[in-house]
Design a protein around this ligand. Structure first.
Ligand code: SAM
Length: 208
């Protein structure tokens, strides 16, 4: 029988192989840590959501944390482009819908699952490794599927977020959403990373 630690070693190996074979789309040298998974889940707004969509789950580190906190009667749907990760995710989470699809057609793929809007969209996409036009298309798709009162969360590596592509992403995020905030840096991630939280509605000011 495979223990939890031997399973996570297998997943790590899978991730490294994809990081080499498919670097541009994987965009990372290691899966996220459980600490970053907790940070993104803390800010994801999933407690108020019926439909939750995770894009780019990879080996499912964020998925595990989201599932732990999933409110009753809500649904988590995964969208992953890499077939190797899709196979692994389907084995690991047999009860979940894992769509083998590119998020550039999020509206079409979610539409086929009768999902027209999501209260929480959680992304593991490697924004800083993407060209301009791809960042734009993906953000438009995410904005289109997010409910008016929904929350979009995504992470960035501290350091690479200062690269032109990382800065471009932040600017585009701020242009697309009414409010964008940033969390503390999670140093127990390799590399250290933080979470962006974006909403279509600005936060309401407390009444005086
Ligand atoms: C940086 S890895 C993050 C994986 C995981 N969320 C984590 O934090 O360990 C990026 C993931 O996004 C997936 N991905 C990249 N571009 C995608 C796209 N256009 N549509 C769907 N998934 C994509 C990659 O295959 C990979 O699994």
């Amino acid at each position: 029988m495979k223990t939890k630690s031997s399973k996570s070693k297998v997943h790590l190996k899978d991730f490294w192989i994809q990081a080499v074979v498919n670097y541009k789309e994987t965009g990372a040298i290691a899966p996220s840590s459980p600490y970053l998974a907790r940070l993104i889940a803390d800010h994801s707004g999933l407690e108020n959501s019926k439909e939750i969509v995770e894009i780019g789950p990879g080996t499912g580190v964020f998925t595990e944390e989201l599932l732990r906190r999933l409110p009753p009667k809500s649904r988590l749907t995964l969208i992953e482009k890499n077939s190797c990760f899709v196979n692994l995710l389907r084995q690991k989470f047999p009860g979940l819908t894992v769509l083998e699809a590119c998020a550039t057609k999020l509206d079409v793929h979610l539409g086929q699952q009768a999902i027209s809007s999501a209260g929480a969209v959680v992304s593991g996409l490697p924004w800083a490794a993407m060209p301009d036009s791809l960042q734009e298309t993906l953000l438009q798709q995410i904005h289109g599927i997010l409910a008016e009162d929904g929350v979009f969360t995504t992470f960035a590596y501290f350091g690479p977020h200062l690269l032109p592509s990382g800065q471009r992403f932040r600017k585009r995020l701020e242009q697309s959403f009414a409010h964008v905030s940033r969390t503390k840096i999670e140093m127990r991630n390799f590399p250290p990373a933080f979470v962006y939280r974006a909403t279509k509605i600005p936060p309401t000011r407390p009444k005086k």
